[in-house]
Design a protein around this ligand. Structure first.
Ligand SMILES: Cc1cc2nc3c(=O)[nH]c(=O)nc-3n(C[C@H](O)[C@H](O)[C@H](O)COP(=O)(O)O)c2cc1C
Length: 356
């Protein structure tokens, strides 16, 4: 075992196998099996973290063939899934948990950050942050009904009030949550404005459960900066991992960890040109995985969404998107993308306006 791996602190003490502190963020329409396969390819050799599913509604799970729906497709070796669920009612949450245990989840994540109207109307997602006692009851109910660790993903709240935020997470801890992930934007911000990392720092200072920080990481320097500035135990990355899944490799390399198995003996891409080349290779892999995993129409929809989110880091993103959008299937897209990436002068930008 690499000496450096032994030196890495386990960010989540309840899961002894975790030895890498970076996490893919759950994203509807994106964190399906194909994206997980993509991101996994860039994990330094012998590292282990948790991977999210797409958010699943507890109103639907009990009647669903979990494992046979596109959102729940998984590879048999995926024994590291933190399944994110949305819901609040015991009659749905409890049978959902039972099904997820059978499915093979490693942990369950309660979504208390979703700001969409429907979540607000039904009093789940971020609206639970306005009702700390109820949120606590839901965590306690989940913990009492599963042997899996229960984590909670939250936002900064409905209004900016850091004392209230601390009281809120203390309630989650008392109810038995194993760790918390904070995306420090207010509910009303949705994904606008900036994530306020000072709130991660303040919470970490005063809170004893493992805390994962999340929001606006775009390059590997941001990962180091979030750890340094906030003292968080882990960093969760969403949008940027659709464009730069090798952030995991870059971070590992900076920490002296081995290259990913698929890239043994190689250095992580670092320059804009190297990253553009890596993006082309990664996108083709991703498209082929989508073709293999999903029905044709579904694969097409998922590839389009993925490119929509990731292309804004590419200096050639817009023309590439236009060409991809003209195609009618993933099979048609693949040669177009291959042709596109055979050109020279392609590059990736360090940062972009995070539109999504
Ligand atoms: C397309 C999309 C879908 C998302 N879906 C979810 C979700 O289902 N559950 C959740 O907790 N957060 C969701 N998020 C929020 C992300 O998990 C993350 O908190 C947010 O994007 C900030 O991280 P980032 O700046 O690294 O992307 C979503 C974000 C995006 C862009």
């Amino acid at each position: 075992m690499c000496q450096r791996l032994n030196q890495m602190k386990n960010p989540l003490n309840v899961l002894p196998e975790i030895n890498f502190p970076l996490f893919l963020a759950p994203m509807v329409g994106l964190t399906h099996l194909a994206l997980r396969r993509t991101v996994r390819r860039y994990m330094p050799e012998n590292t282990q973290t948790l991977f999210p599913t797409e958010m699943l509604s507890t109103k639907r799970i009990p009647a669903q063939a979990v494992g046979r729906t596109p959102e729940t497709f998984r590879d048999p070796e995926e024994l590291d899934l933190n399944v994110q669920i949305l819901g609040n009612e015991e009659k749905y949450v409890v049978p959902s948990l039972k099904k997820l245990e059978i499915y093979g989840a490693r942990a369950v994540d309660l979504n208390m950050g979703c700001p969409v109207k429907q979540a607000l109307r039904h009093n789940y997602g971020v609206s639970l942050m306005g009702d700390p006692n109820y949120a606590k009851e839901i965590v306690a109910m989940a913990v009492a009904n599963t042997k899996l660790p229960v984590s909670v993903k939250i936002r900064a709240g409905l209004t900016k009030d850091e004392d209230a935020l601390l009281r809120f997470v203390e309630g989650l801890k008392e109810a038995g949550a194993s760790w918390v992930c904070l995306h420090p934007r207010l509910a009303e911000q949705k994904r606008r404005g900036n994530a306020d990392w000072s709130q991660i720092k303040n919470l970490k200072k005063n809170f004893s459960l493992p805390l994962i920080g999340n929001g606006d990481v775009q390059i590997v320097d941001d990962i180091h900066a979030m750890f340094d500035q906030t003292g968080c135990d882990g960093v969760m990355i969403g949008r940027a991992l659709t464009a730069r899944p090798w952030l995991l490799w870059q971070y590992g390399e900076d920490k002296g960890l081995p290259a990913p198995v698929a890239f043994k003996g190689q250095k992580a891409p670092r320059t804009g040109e190297e990253e553009a080349c890596a993006y082309g290779e990664m996108l083709i892999h991703f498209m082929k995985d989508c073709q293999e995993i999903f029905e044709a129409k579904d694969a097409f929809k998922r590839v389009l969404f993925f490119v929509n989110v990731s292309h804004s880091w590419l200096n050639f993103g817009h023309p590439m998107m236009l060409q991809i959008k003209k195609q009618k299937s993933v099979a048609e897209m693949i040669p177009v993308v291959e042709q596109f990436f055979s050109k020279s002068g392609l590059s990736m930008t360090k940062t972009t306006d995070l539109r999504y």
